[in-house]
Design a protein around this ligand. Structure first.
Ligand SMILES: [Fe+2]
Ligand SMILES: [Fe+2]
Length: 261
């Protein structure tokens, strides 16, 4: 680990724990712990649904591999709805719920509120890398084309300021990726194309309502969006994962993230 870069980019929580230690030994311990935590954070965990790949044995479950239901996760209804996924897999989903709440408070069109609600659904549950593309694909069969487009393009737009609407490069990204990080050429290309597109502002609005820290004490319930989902998300009657759509396997992978095959 590069100590200088670690010390420069240390999170506020780590700094506070080191500053709060009263003796030199305690400070050294706090520093060591912070370094270990920071190292952990630098791996974007690919575990689907946030459960570890090497679980402790579950009493009474003698299967050598999980195939079908994983007892560590709530059982999903047979025909799961989008709201079921929020309740049983995405929860607490604070980031996306708070983004959608903000979009609603800002009086944005329902399509944009829905886009904010769905813009990061793959991140904690399926895959983080290139998440804008994954999220867009997951929902494309069920939403207006503009919603999926906006979500896909937020992958690139997050990295590019737009002063005309007050969107600045996220300060958090300087901490996450370093001050000298340059978005990859494919993202530059995506941004160049998106900014001339008729739906550019829909995607830009996602980034404007994309909160990089949670508003403390604000609890948002997915049921606050039941009506908006009902009007703007075509829920398949067979349930997400079982409607034979080209993306059904993505939803099934969230239902059964540890299937052996
Ligand atoms: Fe995102
Ligand atoms: Fe986000």
């Amino acid at each position: 680990m590069d100590r200088r870069s670690f010390l420069t980019n240390m999170s506020a929580a780590s700094l506070a724990s080191i500053a709060g230690a009263t003796t030199l030994t305690a400070k050294a311990d706090a520093l060591e712990e912070a370094m270990s935590d920071e190292l952990d954070k630098r791996i974007a965990m690919p575990w689907a649904c946030g459960i570890e790949g090497t679980p402790d044995p579950i009493p009474g479950d003698t299967r050598p591999w999980y195939q079908h239901d994983d007892p560590r996760l709530p059982k999903m209804p047979e025909a799961p709805t989008l709201i079921d996924f929020f309740k049983y897999r995405f929860a607490p989903a604070s980031h996306i719920l708070q983004s959608a709440r903000l979009a609603k408070i800002n009086g944005l069109d329902e399509k944009i509120v829905l886009a904010c609600l769905l813009h990061d659904i793959s991140v904690g549950n399926l895959i983080r890398t290139d998440h804008g593309y994954w999220c867009a694909q997951m929902i494309a069969p069920y939403v207006d084309e503009e919603v999926a487009w906006a979500i896909e393009k937020h992958q690139a737009l997050r990295f590019f300021p737009d002063e005309s609407v007050g969107y600045e490069y996220p300060e958090a990204y300087i901490r996450f990726f370093g001050a000298d990080y340059q978005p990859e050429p494919y993202l530059v290309k995506e941004w160049e194309e998106a900014k001339n597109h008729k739906w550019y502002m829909s995607s830009r609005l996602i980034t404007l309502n994309d909160l990089y820290s949670f508003e403390e004490g604000v609890q948002v319930d997915v049921e606050d969006f039941t009506d908006i989902i009902g009007r703007n998300f075509k829920q398949p009657k067979e349930g997400l994962g079982f409607d034979g759509s080209p993306v059904a396997h993505m939803w099934r992978s969230i239902i059964w993230p540890n299937n052996f095959l």
